[in-house]
Design a binder for this molecule. Structure first.
Ligand code: ADP
Ligand code: NI
Length: 219
């Protein structure tokens, strides 16, 4: 146990170093929130806390957006684990989670282990609610994209050529965020996701009502 305590502490420092200054939604505080979510959900679901905490801490080190390729990212995590622990079982379980948990348009197969389900839920929760909204606009801004374009239909934005440059922040709600609550694995995380989902719907309603102010004060 103490050995794992030290390992977690080392992972924390490694991730802090690697992600410092990352402004596109993957900063250290995202990791810290995902780890805390994971610890709370793991306790409720009686999952292995060390596996969940370590996978939560390391999950974005392998992110494709921050590495040359997915494989290169996974190698980085694998290399770090090899240098810091002899516990092969723990390493295997953490690698299995990190290599399978990404969203991928909702097309990846469901997580097979309880710990994988917990960490995936913990990460997804951070894409929802007030924080999820903030991260979406931060990500979109970092990509140089606009907030919203009422002239673009969802269909147009779903087209291949709109995907890279013209996708708006608001479109991301429909493409991903509003779908997440139905993809939650564990009952407790689903409950939290439903609250955050309701808040996002309320947010969008307010957003559109402000966008189209019908009353002209000068008329
Ligand atoms: P995660 O750390 O949850 O795996 P991602 O790497 O998919 O997240 O994205 C980081 C953050 O940026 C998330 O909050 C996500 O919802 C948001 N995001 C991802 N893609 C887009 C996009 N095309 N437009 C706006 N926000 C995005
Ligand atoms: Ni993440």
């Amino acid at each position: 146990m103490t050995e794992h305590h030290e390992l977690i502490h080392q992972a924390e420092r490694f991730v802090q170093q690697e992600l410092s200054g990352e402004a596109s939604g993957h900063d250290w505080w995202h990791i810290e929130r995902v780890r805390n979510n994971a610890l709370v959900i793991a306790a409720k679901e009686h999952a292995d806390v060390v596996v969940c905490e370590l996978a939560a801490l390391l999950h974005d080190i392998a992110d494709e957006k921050l590495n040359k390729s997915k494989e290169a990212g996974l190698d980085k995590v694998r290399g770090w684990l090899r240098d810091h622990t002899d516990d092969q079982e723990l390493t295997g379980r953490v690698m299995e989670i990190i290599s399978t948990m990404s969203y991928n348009g909702g097309n990846n197969p469901p997580m097979t282990t309880l710990e994988g389900q917990v960490v995936q839920d913990a990460d997804r929760l951070d894409a929802l609610g007030a924080i999820g909204i903030a991260r979406t606009f931060a990500y979109s801004g970092a990509k140089g994209r606009i907030i919203h374009d009422p002239g673009l239909s969802d269909e147009a934005q779903a087209q291949e050529d709109y995907r890279s440059n013209h996708k708006t922040a608001i479109y991301h709600f429909y493409e991903k965020l509003l779908k997440l609550k139905d993809l939650m694995n564990t009952p407790y995380a689903r409950e939290l996701a439903e609250q955050r989902h309701a808040f996002m719907e309320q947010y969008l309603e307010q957003f559109y009502s402000e966008w189209t102010v019908r009353e002209n004060p000068r008329s």
